[in-house]
Design a binder for this molecule. Structure first.
Ligand code: AMP
Ligand code: ZN
Length: 493
């Protein structure tokens, strides 16, 4: 197996260091990633986090590990406010749209899957839902109460952070101290049931109007958000598993609370390596639904958005994201995407040219050495930007060989082809047929740009009939031109 020769280092957020990856069971990887709360369309920020873990899943699989990858769907319990206040996000959407909460869940779960399919994600091994695991969550709460680390007030159950902290370290992952948290937490209205504001809900009694409710020993209510991940990760991966991932913003309070719940119920943190993907930004600020600073993938594909000059193919977007390390902040810009498009096309063109290379008696490119450099990049905490830099060394060589300025033997050529296929398609998850789509898209884009130019000339010549005809006939086939002070952009329906 390949994994026997490749030593992976993973940055563990818990230790703050890169550690050599030693799976709990040889040859197997158990990985849990917090999934989406399905109350609205996923935005590109969400996609980035899931794509980082898709790439990591793909690499482990490529190395021959048997991977059980669990990524949940949060379909209940996620309140608007991290301090256990506000409405359930899904219930609120159902109220606003006047549909059943489960219709909200269905609509946005389908959207999530469609987006991920378009971007060539592999499906996880198990995709459990919070509502499908209410019994497990109730059992977990009972255990924590029995251990004396949770208390019941007016039908709700809260985790006793202060008591837990007497013998444990609350804040171990996010490097916070309880004293500082006490100092910095405001007492919010509606939290009076809690002994301390830092405590968090394991079970909330439902208001009479709350639709999503289940009976429990304490009240008709619903589970706290942090609980579902503890219940589902340990159910499917066991009380000790290899990797738990999520976006950086989930470190606190979500993952900190997961650790506390698990230690309280089972005596240990089940996770060996905690991994956190960094944020996608736009206009210098984190992409997020609540701030309105976001773009949906469909808007990016079509170009129907206010930020980009045109649409970008799913392959280009995937390539753009893979050009940054999963641990770096990535800023989404028009220039960045245009540059990624160029890079992606260069890579795909070179791959197409591979078939045309004629083997020679000797090689002027050390393929074996280059191949190990590609592995070394991935082994170093999944360093995809370095991997891509190595892939472009190969591109340079292929281009020279295509012009008969470099040579390669038959054996090296076959190794080069199989290695490129592994890294580009299996591990980075780029898609071969994206190339055809993309060259088609490029031709379309060049054609539209030409029409925009002709229209501009028509206007300069005061030939408004022609300029209007160009705009209207493009609109008829679903291409909308938008005039701005800086020029004209377009979107395709
Ligand atoms: P949510 O649906 O809000 O629970 O978020 C789903 C996932 O998307 C979580 O792992 C978040 O950390 C992640 N996420 C949210 N915003 C961003 C962003 N701007 N960049 C990267 N990941 C994000
Ligand atoms: Zn979670």
């Amino acid at each position: 197996m390949l994994f026997e020769n490749q030593e992976i280092k993973i940055y563990n957020s818990l230790s703050g260091e890169k550690e050599i990856f030693q799976p709990i069971t040889k040859g197997y990887v158990g990985m849990y990633v917090c999934g989406p709360t399905v109350y609205s369309n996923v935005h590109l920020g969400n996609v980035r986090t899931f794509m980082s873990f898709d790439m990591i899943f793909r690499y482990f699989k490529h190395l021959g590990y048997k991977v059980r990858y669990v990524r949940n769907i949060t379909d209940a319990g996620h309140l608007e406010n991290d301090a256990d206040l506000g409405e359930d996000k899904i219930t609120k959407k159902a109220r606003v749209e006047e549909i059943e909460p489960m219709e909200v869940v269905q609509r946005y779960t389908v959207d999530f899957h469609n987006v991920l399919n378009t971007l060539n994600f592999l499906p996880p091994s198990i995709e459990p839902t919070a509502t499908g695991h209410i019994i497990e969550q109730i059992e977990l709460i009972q255990t924590i109460i029995d251990k004396g680390l949770a208390y019941v007030v007016n039908g709700s159950v809260y985790f006793d952070v202060h008591k837990y902290n007497e013998t444990n370290e609350y804040g171990i992952l996010s490097k916070r101290k309880l004293e500082d948290l006490i100092h910095n937490t405001r007492s919010l209205d509606g939290q009076s049931d809690k002994r301390n504001p830092q405590d968090f809900a394991l079970w909330k009694k439902a208001e009479p109007t709350h639709i999503m409710r289940w009976s429990s020993p304490w009240s008709d209510g619903f589970p706290g958000w942090h609980l579902e991940c503890t219940a589902m990760s340990t159910k499917y991966l066991g009380d000790r598993f290899d990797i738990h991932g999520g976006g950086m913003d989930l470190k606190f309070p979500h993952h900190e609370c997961e650790i506390a719940q698990c230690k309280a119920a089972k005596g240990n943190d089940p996770v060996k390596y905690w991994m956190h993907a960094n944020m996608l930004e736009m206009n210098g600020a984190r992409m997020s639904k609540s701030s309105g600073n976001y773009v949906n993938p469909a808007e990016l594909f079509s170009g129907d958005n206010k930020i980009m000059s045109k649409g970008f193919s799913p392959g280009v977007i995937r390539f753009f994201m893979m050009q940054a390390s999963y641990r770096s902040i990535l800023d989404l810009t028009n220039d960045g995407l245009l540059a990624a498009e160029k890079g992606f096309n260069r890579l795909m063109e070179a791959i197409n040219n591979l078939d045309k290379l004629v083997p020679q008696a000797s090689s002027s490119f050390n393929v074996s050495e280059w191949k190990q450099k590609c592995y070394d990049a991935m082994n170093d905490d999944f360093n995809t930007p370095i991997l891509i830099a190595h892939l472009f060394e190969a591109v340079k060589f292929i281009n020279l060989a295509t012009d008969n300025k470099a040579t390669i033997t038959e054996a090296d050529l076959s190794l080069l082809i199989s290695t490129i296929n592994s890294f580009v398609f299996d591990i980075l998850g780029l898609k071969k047929n994206n190339n055809q789509d993309d060259s088609g898209a490029n031709k379309l884009s060049a054609t539209i740009e030409l029409l925009i130019k002709l229209r501009k000339e028509a206007r300069i010549n005061k030939d408004f009939a022609l300029s209007d005809q160009i705009r209207d006939e493009l609109a008829e086939v679903g291409i909308t031109l938008k005039d701005h002070r800086e020029g004209t952009t377009y979107s395709i329906k």
